[in-house]
Design a protein around this ligand. Structure first.
Ligand code: CP3
Length: 355
């Protein structure tokens, strides 16, 4: 594993990621990648093959610890993100969740009020105990100069899977619920605010240095629904988490919300905003960074492409955002076809850069 850099010696924080999340500008920014533990790694495919069922894998602390540490060991990433999934929450609430080979998640879709009434918060923390055990185990094994990230889905993104029963492109059924059954939708979102808040607090208590809220499908919402289903619930989660842990560090990733990023940054109170690939770093990215740290936003396809295109895209981001508080990341999850040498090269470029 790599030695602490000069940056770390200059910062009072143990890890570059925490320093950046608190607003420090580092000479070279910390780097980690969304979905960094995944199928592009042969060592991941190897641990994955040891359990037939994806959720069993998530709930096996030994396997989850191993998968979490893999990208830090191989690439020297500045942070490990806990190996788990956003759909452990509906599973813990009692909804049937399965991962079908080659098809992604399949849930027993919520149909109406009766299904909603059957969701049960009582067994949440007990059900998710293996996740917290895994976090504690990673904490023990992780180099202290590396940060540990916990995470959860945002209520809207989790709700889309619960309502649609699977991944979908436009989330029409979920939006239809929001318009036709606003009270039912509010009840579901309220339940998820509670579950996500508890899950994040428990992860911070188990040893996470920082947590990220993934709102992967926020971008399909028009303004009124964005406020009601994304921004406001996220603000409530941030408030709830800080009630329990006043110093909690939180990254918000509202993918695809475009010119509504400033409203999200201001109203939610997250410490760091995660920029998706479509955000202009020169425009919106730079404007957001005036108010706080930002994270992102390399196109995962540029990482897949490698070569000169990768060098150019990485430099273009560093030159604009690298002079302020910044965490280097992709603009969405790494693709399973990504060649490993491209990731090694990416980490080299970011490490060599001096702001
Ligand atoms: O980032 C990491 O390395 C930590 C682990 C992590 C996973 N899922 C593991 C996983 C994280 C942070 C997630 C988040 C997640 N899960 C999101 C939000 C981020 C995003 O990508 O927008 C969403 C929407 C999900 C739901 C989910 N889980 C889907 C849609 C799928 C199937 C798609 C796919 O890539 O296969 C999953 C399965 C999943 N979660 C895999 C991994 C590594 C692949 C399954 C496997 O290995 O068999």
């Amino acid at each position: 594993m790599t030695m602490p850099s000069a940056d770390q010696a200059n910062s009072s924080e143990a890890t570059k990621l925490v320093a950046a999340a608190k607003g420090e500008t580092l000479t070279s920014p910390p780097i980690w990648l969304m979905r960094q533990a995944g199928r592009y790694l042969p060592e991941y495919r190897d641990v994955r093959s040891r359990s037939k069922n994806f959720l069993d894998f998530c709930y096996s602390p030994e396997l989850a610890i191993e998968a979490t540490l893999q990208p830090v060991t191989r690439f020297g990433m500045d942070a490990a993100i806990l190996f788990s999934d956003i759909l452990v929450i509906p599973d813990a609430l009692g909804q049937t969740v399965q991962f079908e080979q080659g098809e992604g998640p399949v849930l027993h879709a919520l149909r109406g009020d009766d299904d909603l009434a059957r969701l049960n918060m009582d067994r949440l923390s007990e059900h998710l105990q293996p996740v917290y055990t895994a976090l504690g185990g990673v904490r023990e094994k992780l180099d202290p100069t590396r940060a540990l990230i916990g995470f959860a889905g945002a209520p809207w993104t989790i709700a889309t899977y619960m309502i649609e029963g699977r991944g979908s492109r436009d989330h029409a059924l979920s939006r239809l619920w929001a318009y036709q059954h606003p009270e039912r939708m509010d009840r579901l979102i309220d339940l998820l605010v509670e579950a996500v808040s508890r899950h994040l607090v428990a992860q911070l208590e188990a040893g996470a240095d920082i947590v990220q809220i993934f709102d992967s499908w926020a971008g399909v919402l028009p303004d009124s629904l964005l406020e009601k289903l994304c921004i406001e619930p996220t603000a409530r989660i941030v408030g709830r988490v800080r009630e329990a842990r006043p110093d909690a560090l939180i990254i918000g990733f509202p993918r695809g919300i475009g010119d509504r990023y400033p409203a999200y940054q201001k109203a939610t109170g997250v410490n760091v905003v995660g920029l998706d690939t479509s955000v202009s770093v020169r425009g919106l990215g730079k404007a957001l960074q005036v108010n706080g740290p930002v994270q992102g936003n390399l196109d995962p396809i540029a990482l897949l492409a490698g070569g000169d295109a990768l060098e150019r895209e990485v430099m273009a981001i560093l030159e604009v955002l690298g002079h302020g508080p910044f965490i280097f990341n992709l603009g969405h999850g790494i693709l399973k076809e990504t060649p490993i040498p491209h990731v090694t090269r990416l980490v080299e470029i970011v490490r060599a850069w001096r702001g």
